[in-house]
Ligand binder design. Structure first.
Ligand SMILES: Nc1ncnc2c1ncn2[C@@H]1O[C@H](COP(=O)(O)OP(=O)(O)OP(=O)(O)O)[C@@H](O)[C@H]1O
Length: 269
């Protein structure tokens, strides 16, 4: 598969300070690279370098891209447009608005933004602004998508919408995202770059862990829940919380309903 971006032994010095050095990796369209590192380790700087905003002090960044979608950590504060108006405007920079309008509506629907289409961006929440930024980047049909801390400050539902959306692009767009630490988005990654050491690893089970659900139930009198392993169930009188991997949650729900349990709540863990 064609390499979209290739980074060879890059380093960056800002104001006389070495921010990072000896970073090398390459991405194809089926790469989802998670750039992990603590505060101030240079994750945003690296993304800006990949976007072409900063030049490396050492090494080389080679891009074979048509469009790069870059979503900074913070949406610009002083945008005076309304949500849909802004997306139509930015789409017009890259193609015909007519083609884009249907896709804008589709993305807004997917992200639950339709009720806010006429809301001024300046008055929107951080999550809404973040989604607008991602939609704006996707409208260009990028072959490389750079996302700086895409889930920070978002509620769980919005985080899941973004993860699902990014998952659907896997294989068609190389994605590079940053985060301080492992979290729900980590499981998307195919590779992890630890920026402090420059070490790139292919994601194993420890990082790409399965998502889990918590099922809160009310147990009918006299019913024993012996079929559920002890480590998976937490009993509290007649209520219990069962933790299952997302893939098997439907089966578990069917079983529990079949036994006459009441489902009180199902939560992502
Ligand atoms: N334009 C700049 N001028 C001066 N210093 C800068 C500039 N850009 C970045 N830095 C410094 O470089 C270091 C790395 O910053 P960067 O924002 O890339 O880190 P980060 O890993 O993304 O941090 P965070 O997780 O807190 O967002 C910081 O010490 C920052 O202050």
């Amino acid at each position: 598969m064609k390499v979209v971006v290739e980074v060879t032994d890059v380093g960056k010095v800002i104001g006389g300070r070495q921010i990072f050095e000896h970073i090398s990796f390459s991405c194809t369209r089926d790469t989802i690279l998670f750039v992990r590192g603590g505060n101030g380790t240079g994750k945003s700087t690296l993304l800006k370098m990949l976007a072409g905003i900063y030049e490396p002090t050492a090494g080389e960044v080679r891009r074979q891209t048509k469009y790069i979608g870059y979503v900074p950590e913070h949406f610009p504060e002083d945008i005076r447009f309304k949500v849909k108006e802004y997306l139509l405007l930015t789409a017009s920079f890259h193609g015909t608005v007519k083609d884009c309008e249907a896709r804008i509506m589709e993305y807004m629907d997917l992200f639950g933004l339709s009720p806010f289409e006429n809301k001024p961006i300046a008055a929107c929440s951080k999550g809404t602004k973040q989604k607008v930024g991602i939609i704006q980047a996707l409208l260009m049909e990028p072959d490389l998508l750079l996302l700086d801390e895409p889930l920070t400050g978002l509620d769980q539902e919005s985080q899941e919408a973004i993860i699902r959306l990014l998952q659907s692009f896997c294989g068609t767009v190389a994605i590079i995202f940053t985060a301080h630490e492992d979290g729900p988005i980590t499981e998307l990654a195919t590779h992890v770059l630890q920026i402090e050491t420059g070490e790139v690893s292919t994601v194993g089970q420890s990082v790409r862990r399965k998502r889990q659900k918590e099922i809160h139930i009310m147990i009918p009198a006299g019913e024993k829940m012996m079929f559920i392993p002890a480590g998976q169930i937490e009993m509290n009188g007649r209520t219990a919380v069962i933790t299952v991997e997302q893939d098997s949650s439907d089966d578990m729900l069917r079983k529990l309903l079949g036994m006459g349990c009441s489902i009180l709540e199902v939560r992502n863990k």
